[in-house]
Design a protein around this ligand. Structure first.
Ligand SMILES: C[S@@+](CC[C@H](N)C(=O)[O-])C[C@H]1O[C@@H](n2cnc3c(N)ncnc32)[C@H](O)[C@@H]1O
Length: 185
């Protein structure tokens, strides 16, 4: 689906980004000189904003070549084409792992969460933004995404928490979205 959406995705985000990019920028914090991995990072919209305001190395990983082609036009450290189920990195290399509006698209959510935890350093921070299951907005999104062939499934923060190494907390951003923050120990 995202290969088709790629040419319009940044324009789409200029509206929908208030529910994805904006809350992350407002609620997450990043250290200078850190290494960040954005899994399902798409066109690098969030990465461009973060690395434009803090001096850090931001990697966008995505399985859609066309989304990554858009990301390649931005000032990011690097882009990587891969599935979230097999992150091509050694253990514990990233200071931050970010996953925004993407987990519900991943075919293997458990493997993806395990992989994101594996590549995160001890004391590293994981940020995940997604939609709360069972809410009306979420059901509508689910309906349309499944119609277009996506294997959409929304996990609750407590389902995600089972795969977190360390402690996690989440805050509801509104009636249908949450931002989870985990500190790996
Ligand atoms: C809704 S977009 C979100 C993009 C970006 N995080 C943002 O907030 O703008 C979901 C992204 O997840 C990517 N994606 C879906 N399944 C994936 C997988 N298994 N591995 C890597 N990326 C995946 C899609 O290609 C798409 O770019």
């Amino acid at each position: 689906m995202f290969d088709y959406l790629a040419p319009f995705y940044d324009e789409f985000l200029s509206v929908s980004g208030r529910y994805t990019t904006k809350p992350v920028l407002e609620n997450a914090s990043f250290r200078e000189d850190s290494l960040v991995l954005d899994v399902g990072g798409g066109t690098g919209h969030l990465g461009e904003k973060i690395s434009g305001s803090i001096d850090l190395d931001y990697i966008v990983l995505d399985e859609s070549e066309k989304m990554l082609k858009r990301a390649a036009r931005k000032d990011l450290y690097c882009i990587i084409k891969s599935s979230s189920s097999y992150l091509p990195f050694r253990d514990e290399v990233f200071d931050y792992v970010v996953c925004v509006d993407a987990l519900h698209h991943f075919e293997d959510k458990v493997k993806s969460l395990e992989e994101m935890m594996r590549v995160l350093k001890r004391d590293g921070v994981f940020y995940l933004l997604d939609f709360l299951p069972k809410k009306l907005v979420t059901r509508v999104i689910c309906f349309f995404e499944r119609l277009s062939g996506e294997s959409t499934y929304f996990c609750s923060p407590s389902e995600i928490d089972k795969y977190i190494i360390g402690s996690s907390e989440y805050r509801a951003l509104n009636s249908f979205q949450f931002l989870l923050k985990a500190n790996k120990n």
